[in-house]
Write a protein of this length. Structure first.
Length: 518
C-alpha cells in the first residue's frame, strides 16, 4: 500500500486517503445505528447503504411504493447519510410541526445547492439569525393585512392573462409565465416588465430551473459524499463543480441586479410603489448597512424565485384539470353566477363567499402538487418517534405527493373531485397545511400566492369555458397526463381551447383591458 501511495500523484494520494477514512467512518456509523430500532426501509448494503435503490427520476413515486411496503416512515441510507421519508400527514405534522425546535434546520450536505449559491436565501439557509432576519422582511410585507395593497395588481394581471389566452390559447404557457412574473417583479422590486424577454423575468426563471435541478433528492452524489466538492475541477466526474459555479454566477447576478435596479432608480420615479424592496429601503432612509442590504437582496430573491415557478405549475395544472372536467367547470360557474352575477368580474374580496371555488383550488393543489417532495429538513438531535430511533443529521423528506394520494385518506386519489371536501374548511386545510411547507419553514408568501391563484381561477371560470382541442373530424383530443422531473414539476406541453361563455363576459374582459393603464 505504501508503495502504491509513493508512486501516486499528491491528488490521487489525497483521494485514496479520503476514501479510506470515509469508509472507516461509514462502517463505524453503520455499526452504531444497527444497535437502534430504526424505521423500516429498503435493504442497506455495507458502505453504500441504500444508494443502489434510490430513484433517479420522479422519486416521490418510488417513495410511495415504499410506503405501501414499509409504512408511513421509511429509513434509507445513502453512503452513510440517513434519509427519513415521511409518507403521512400525521408523521410530518407530529415531527416537523410538533417538534419544530429540532426539525427546522436545512441539511448542510445539500452540497450542490450550497455550491450553486442557493443557501444564501432563507428558503435554504440554516436555521439561525440570518434566516430569521430574511424571513421577517417577507412576513411583514406579505402578512394578511399588508397584501391587500397588492390586490389591484394581482387582479389586473390575472384579467390580462385570461383575456390574452382567450384570444390566443396557444400562448397559455408563455402568458402564465409573463403575467405571474409581472406580479412578482412588480410587488418585489417595483419594476414593470417590458415583455417575456425582459432580463428581470428570464434571469430568475433560469435561476429557478437550476434550483429545481440542484435540490432534487438523490440527483447528486456530492450531496451524499460531501468530500467530492474538494476534487480538482479537472478530475473525471467533477463536472458538477463547473455546473455549480455557473449556476452560482447566475443566481448571484440575478439577485443583486434586480435589487440594485430598485435601489438606483428609487428617486427617479421609475420604481412603482409599494413594493417590498422600496418599503425596506425607505425604512432605513435608503442607506442600509451591509448586513441589512444582504438580508434584503436574498429575501427578495427568494420571493422572486419561489413566487414564479410554483405558481406557474399550479396554474398549468388548473387549466389541465378544468379541460378534463367540464361538469366541475359548470358547477363552479354556477356558484360564481349565484354569488357575483354576470355584470362584473370577481375580485379578491369575493374569495370568502365562494366555497366551491376554494374547493376547486384546493383540489388542484392535491391532484398534482407543484412540489411533490417538500424541501428536506434536517434533524439536529437524536429523537424517538413511536418507538423508532431517528438519528441526528437525518434528512427529513416529506413525500407530499403520497400524503395527498394515499387512498386510505383520499379515495380514488387520481380523480379530480372538489366535492371530496364537502365545502368543509377543516378538510381543505388538511391539504393546504402541507402544500406550503411545515413548521417554522412554512412559506411566508402563502396568502399572497393563494390570492393570485384565486384571481385567475375565478376570472377564467366566470367568463370562459376551458375545452380540449379537436381533430380534423371534430373529435376531442385529450392529452396524456405526464410531468417533468425536479423539485418543482410541470405538466408536459398540452393544447387547450378557450371559449368565452357570452358576449357580456367578452365585453367585461375587453372593457377592463381598455380602461387599465399599466
Amino acid at each position: 500500500m505504501s508503495g502504491l501511495l509513493s508512486m501516486a500523484s499528491p491528488q490521487a494520494t489525497t483521494l485514496l486517503m479520503v476514501a479510506a477514512a470515509t469508509t472507516v467512518l461509514l462502517l463505524a456509523k453503520a455499526l452504531t445505528t444497527r444497535k437502534h430500532n430504526l424505521p423500516p426501509g429498503p435493504r442497506r448494503l455495507p458502505v453504500v447503504g441504500s444508494a443502489l435503490q434510490m430513484p433517479r427520476s420522479h422519486p416521490w413515486l418510488t417513495f410511495a411504493e415504499w410506503a405501501k411496503t414499509y409504512g408511513s416512515i421509511v429509513y434509507a441510507d445513502v453512503v452513510g447519510q440517513p434519509l427519513i421519508i415521511l409518507n403521512s400527514r400525521k408523521a410530518a405534522m407530529d415531527l416537523l410541526d410538533g417538534r419544530s425546535a429540532i426539525y427546522s434546520d436545512r441539511p448542510r450536505n445539500l452540497v450542490m445547492a450550497i455550491l450553486s449559491g442557493y443557501a444564501e436565501t432563507f428558503a435554504m439557509k440554516p436555521y439561525g439569525e440570518d434566516w430569521r432576519q430574511q424571513r421577517k422582511i417577507v412576513m411583514q410585507d406579505f402578512s394578511q393585512t399588508a397584501i391587500t395593497r397588492y390586490s389591484s395588481i394581482q387582479e389586473r394581471e390575472g384579467r390580462k392573462l385570461v383575456w390574452n389566452v382567450l384570444n390566443k390559447p396557444s400562448s397559455l404557457r408563455s402568458e402564465i409565465k409573463l403575467r405571474l412574473g409581472s406580479i412578482i417583479i412588480r410587488v418585489t422590486y417595483g419594476h414593470t416588465l417590458t415583455g417575456d424577454d425582459d432580463p428581470m423575468l428570464t434571469s430568475p426563471l433560469t435561476a429557478m430551473d437550476n434550483f429545481s435541478k440542484a435540490t432534487q433528492p438523490g440527483a447528486w452524489l456530492v450531496d451524499f459524499v460531501p468530500s467530492l466538492q474538494f476534487l480538482p475541477k479537472w478530475t473525471p466526474g467533477a463536472g458538477f463543480l463547473k455546473t455549480a459555479s455557473e449556476w452560482r454566477r447566475i443566481v448571484h447576478n440575478t439577485s443583486w441586479n434586480a435589487y440594485l435596479w430598485t435601489k438606483n432608480n428609487l428617486e427617479s420615479g421609475k420604481v412603482l410603489v409599494p413594493n417590498m424592496c422600496a418599503t425596506v429601503l425607505e425604512s432605513v432612509d435608503k442607506n442600509p448597512s451591509t448586513e441589512q442590504e444582504a438580508h434584503l437582496v436574498w429575501s427578495a430573491s427568494a420571493v422572486m424565485g419561489g413566487g414564479m415557478d410554483t405558481n406557474m405549475s399550479t396554474l398549468l395544472i388548473l387549466f389541465l384539470a378544468m379541460m378534463l372536467n367540464p361538469a366541475i367547470q359548470a358547477k363552479a360557474r354556477k356558484e360564481l353566477d349565484d354569488i357575483i352575477g354576470q355584470d362584473r368580474l370577481p375580485t379578491i374580496a369575493d374569495k370568502a363567499s365562494l366555497p366551491y371555488i376554494k374547493s376547486v383550488m384546493v383540489e388542484v393543489f392535491r391532484w398534482n402538487p407543484a412540489i411533490p417532495l417538500g424541501v428536506a429538513h434536517a434533524l439536529t438531535e437524536d429523537d424517538i418517534y413511536e418507538g423508532m430511533y431517528l438519528p441526528k443529521g437525518s434528512l427529513m423528506i416529506p413525500n407530499v405527493w403520497y400524503m395527498l394520494h394515499d387512498p386510505e385518506v383520499y379515495p380514488n386519489p387520481h380523480e379530480f373531485n372538489p366535492d371530496r371536501y364537502g365545502l368543509d374548511d377543516a378538510e381543505m386545510n388538511k391539504v393546504t397545511d402541507i402544500m406550503f411547507g411545515f413548521g417554522r419553514r412554512v412559506c411566508p408568501g402563502r396568502l399572497f400566492a393563494e390570492a393570485t391563484f384565486f384571481t385567475v381561477v375565478s376570472t377564467i371560470l366566470s367568463t370562459c369555458e376551458i375545452l380540449p382541442p379537436v381533430d380534423a373530424q371534430g373529435k376531442k383530443v385529450l392529452p396524456e397526463i405526464t410531468f417533468t422531473n425536479g423539485t418543482i414539476i410541470f405538466p408536459a406541453d398540452f393544447n387547450v381551447n378557450i371559449k368565452c361563455r357570452s358576449e357580456k363576459a367578452w365585453e367585461l374582459l375587453r372593457s377592463v383591458q381598455a380602461s387599465e393603464v399599466v
